[in-house]
Ligand binder design. Structure first.
Ligand code: MF3
Ligand code: CO
Length: 277
């Protein structure tokens, strides 16, 4: 069955943008706080403070996808080194050279935002920095492949191609990007690999979370006993970058970027197409 996709009105897209801005602000504050000696719980405290200050709710706290999964216990996922995604904040202090993916979401007036960045504590090794750069570039390649009348497979194929051009990396297949709107995870899935011209058609009002997850080794993952933490099976480090986006008649709108994606899009010759306030 073809999934029914939730299409937002222009008014609803503006609410999506408000949620996206809360996410952008919190990620900026958390990323700036990452340093040796800082714990991942410290990052969660920053996220909670931003939610309170901006009057938004957490979509991560208490989240369970079903099938008996325990409710997620924090407002942010902090995934360090060989943790790929869904790392739970704790009292572990970051060490210099650690690579932490910070994944955060917020709800404003019933509409969700979701984004992630990867940052190093102190000085990243060249290998870790390249891993993060490759993953971030793949995110923008995916965003840049989205257009009205195109298909979700165009995004997937662009993400995959971008990573493969950079060398031998593990492209996670066990987790994908997703539709987003009145829930955090909606149809369609947005895989980080695939074929152009396949999958659902991208139309006005569709909002997608694009989120490449990449390791410098194998793409195989395992789940820890806490039932949340996803690690690489071979211990290789991982990076994760994510934005929630929509496509308007005039171009791309990166809902979770502080500037709507303007700088990154223009740098790549891509159309920036926000709705007017
Ligand atoms: N933000 C993640 C995603 O990108 C999901 C987080 S799971 C949660 O899809 F339990 F932490 F909410
Ligand atoms: Co997501």
């Amino acid at each position: 069955m073809r999934p029914v996709l939730e299409l937002k009105t222009p008014e609803q897209l503006k609410t999506m943008r408000r949620a996206g801005l809360v996410v952008a602000h919190a990620l900026r504050e958390m990323a700036a706080a990452v340093a040796p000696g800082v714990t991942t719980q410290d990052l969660d405290a920053i996220a909670r403070a931003v939610l309170a200050r901006e009057g938004a709710a957490s979509n991560f706290l208490g989240y369970s996808p079903g099938w008996g999964m325990p409710p997620y216990p924090a407002t942010v996922c902090t995934s360090v080194n060989d943790t790929v995604v869904h790392g739970i904040p704790g009292d572990r202090a970051l060490a210099s050279g650690d690579l932490v993916s910070i994944d955060f979401g917020a709800v404003v007036d019933g509409f969700h935002g979701d984004a992630a960045v990867t940052v190093a504590a102190g000085q990243a090794s060249p290998q870790a920095q390249k891993l993060s750069d490759v993953t971030r570039e793949a995110l923008w390649a995916g965003i840049g492949a989205a257009r009205l009348g195109g298909r979700v497979g165009d995004i997937s194929a662009a993400v995959e191609r971008s990573i493969r051009q950079q060398g031998r990396y593990g492209i996670i297949r066990d987790y994908t990007g997703h539709g987003i709107g009145t829930a955090m995870h909606m149809d369609p899935d947005v895989p980080n690999y695939g074929k152009p011209r396949k999958g659902p058609v991208i139309v006005e009002g569709l909002c997608l979370a694009i989120e490449p997850m990449v390791t410098w080794g194998s793409a195989k993952t395992a789940v820890l006993d806490d039932e949340w933490t996803i690690v690489s099976q071979d211990g290789s480090w991982a990076a994760h970058w994510e934005h929630s986006i929509t496509v308007t008649r005039t171009g791309l709108w990166v809902l979770t970027a502080e500037d709507g994606g303007e700088a990154e899009l223009k740098a790549r010759g891509l159309p920036f197409g926000p709705l007017a306030d």
